[in-house]
Structure formats: C-alpha cells, structure tokens
Design a protein around this ligand. Sequence first.
Ligand SMILES: [Zn+2]
Length: 455
Amino acid sequence: MKDRLVSALKKSAADYTEVRFEINDSNSITFRGQEIDSVSSSKLSGGIVRACTRGGWGMAVFDSLEDLGNGIREAGEGAVLVGREKTELAETAGPATAEVPARLERDFRGVSLDDKIKILSGYNTILLKTDKSIATTQANYSDSFRTVHFASSRGNYFREERPRVILALSAVARDGALVQRAYDAVSSKTTFNVVQGLEALAEETARRAVKLLKAPPCPGGVYPVVLDQEMGGVFAHEAFGHLSESDFLYENPQVRDLMVIGREMGVKELNIVDDGSHPGLLGTQAFDDEGTPTGKTYLIREGKLVGHLHSLETAAKMGEKPTGNARAIGRGVPPIVRMTNTYIEAGKMSFKELLAGVDRGIYARGMMGGQTMMEVFTFSAAYGYRIENGQVGELVRDVVLTGNVFQTLHNIDGFGNDLKILQKGGGCGKGGQSPLPVTDGAPHLRIRDVVIGGK
Ligand SMILES: [Zn+2]
C-alpha cells in the first residue's frame, strides 16, 4: 500500500499533497423498549486527497484505490483555483514509515453478532424489569475497527489500526407527566471484555431513573458546588477545550484575544492537559490524520495558558508547534483541529475534605447535556445531591449549572486527589463530524459561587 500511495503522490504538482485511505469494519445493535430496533454490519473503504497550493486547499474524495490518480489530479486543480497566498504548513515530525497494529486483549471481531445481540438484550431486559415505572429503554452496542493508511508528499507514511467498542444504556421512568432519564456507558479500544458483566450497571441505571421521579428539583440559587469527575471532565472539554482548538481560535479575533499564551486563566493549582498519546484511551492514537505524532500538550499549567491545539496549518500560521490534533472522523472527510483525551490534573484533597468546606451546596454528578456560547456555558448534570454541613444529603433532579468559563476556572477552590478519565464512548461533535472518539476527565472539583438554575 505504501508504494502505491507514495508513487501516486509523486505525480502531484501541488506545494503539499496527502492521501488517507481507510477501511472501516463496523457493527451496531440497538434495542428500544421491548424491541430490537436495528442491527447493522458494514465494511466500507474509501479515501480523501488534500492538496495545498499557494495556501489554497483542494480536496477529492474517492471510494476505490483505482481512482487515486484522478483524486490527486482533481485535488491539485482545486487547490490552484483557490490558492492566492503562500502555503504555510509546519514541518511534520512524522515518520518515513510506521506500522501501528491494534493491541487487543480480547478482539471483538472474534465474537459473533448473535452473541453481541444476546449480551445487549440481557442488559435491556434488566433495564425494563427493574421497576414498573420504567416506561422505555434504549441499549446500544457498537464496534468499529478502522484501518488508516496515510501518505504525504513529504515522504511520510503510516498505517494505524484504531479499534473501539462502545456500549450505552439508558432508561426512562415515568410517573404521570413527570419523566426522568438515566444513562451510563462504557467503552474501550483494547478489549471486548469491557461490555461484559454489566448487569449491576444496568440495574443501577434503571434504579436511578426511578429514584429521580421521587427526588425534588434542585433549588435555584448561587452555591458552592462539587463536580464529580464526569462533570469536571466535560467542563474541561466543552467549556474550555474547544476554545483551545486553533482553527476556531485563528478565525475568531475575539477568542484569540481571550486565549493569549501566558494569560492567567485560573488558580495556581489548575492544570489542563490534552494527551492523545495516553495509553489505552478512546481518544488515543499514535498519529493524527496529518501524520503528526500525538503527544501531551499542557493547555493550562499552574493557572496560566501555555498551549493551543494545532494542525500543521494553524501551527504555522500562529508560529507554534504542531500538537498532533488534526483529526478526521473517517474516510472522505478532512481533518480539523480536535481534542483527544482532555483532563484536569489531580490535586491533593480527599473527597471528604472537599465536602468539609461546604455548609450548604450541591454535589453535581454525571452529564446529561449542555451548550456553550463562546465563554458562557450551561450544563445539565444527570443528577445531584444537596450538601449540608459537609455531608452528602438528599438526591435532587434538574441540576442546571450556568457560568462564564474564565470566571469559573478562577473560582475552583478545591482539587480532589481522585482524577478519573471516563471512557463512556465520548462523542465529540464539530464541523459536522460526530461522534469523534475522545475522553475527558478530572478529579472532584469544588467551585465557589456557581449559578444553579433549577426550577
Ligand atoms: Zn467536543
């Protein structure tokens, strides 16, 4: 394959040309309520050529390698039509040749579709049977084995296998007009075993939806809040991480002014990292989709902004180093600047010590959804508890947190010693490419003066 891609690229007259060819073998099963809703298996292959001339990009998507030559010609012609300036792309630190086979403890390709359906059906039955107030359920299983071949006119080539398996469970409980939902998921890029033995998780998920029916709504107000690792992680990713992505940053002068290297972003204990090389996580890969090796990038270190996430182009334009964050969701789409595994580093406090500082507050757990508008975020926790006199108390529902990310980063006054990076199948969406496998994490965090907009 290498020779075929490299020799085809020799015919390109563009300043820079790359080709990525992928084969994706995938399966997906969904149960809704009592019924099996869908089962699909596919093996798809195809690729994309990107060419850059005088700063202009041309692209061509192709299905079969026979069309590679045409693709290179078309992408090159497209680039010539739009190129007006100068091609600025950072040097690639990528390899001349690299082979990165998957390291699977237990390969999901060795398990029959029937057995996968049986496992999922078992969990779905538990969700349905746990309580009579369960109105409906959804259970999803998916696996994907993606083989990526990449070559560029700079002489880089890699082949990387990127497997993943994801299982997600959700239950909806109903009492009259009141509806409550609970959700949980697991994922792995190393073993099928992660989706087995989840009977307790299924029951716990259903029970949580049922319990939320009886829980009072979270009182609105301004409180100290303790975030669990999932909420802290999503906060790091959604509220802050996306602002670090340099394609977005470069095109938004307002954000560029906010995200200046050296700016004080938070308290001294605050460190936020993106690490695409962290072993075994869903957002981990050896190379990004421009052939740059992934690595650990500090975004915030000791409270100060120290890094941005880059592709080759954004790195060159901003005079920084590429970070291995140009990622494409699959064949036929170009890479854009994306996070990988993003987390807030652990501090020193135990969970008990974090709670001890709170007379009256909220412990927010799990993430149900949210949105961000530049630096303003609104997140819904999956559920929460009151904190009274340093103790976790009553379960509450409808926990909605609102704030300004920069102010919130300054208001973190406690970092737990219990960093957890959650592997829940992490589907990041950006530029129409979703769900991209990422993970995020944090230790328990205590934050002062959070606006809670319960009902
Ligand atoms: Zn995202």
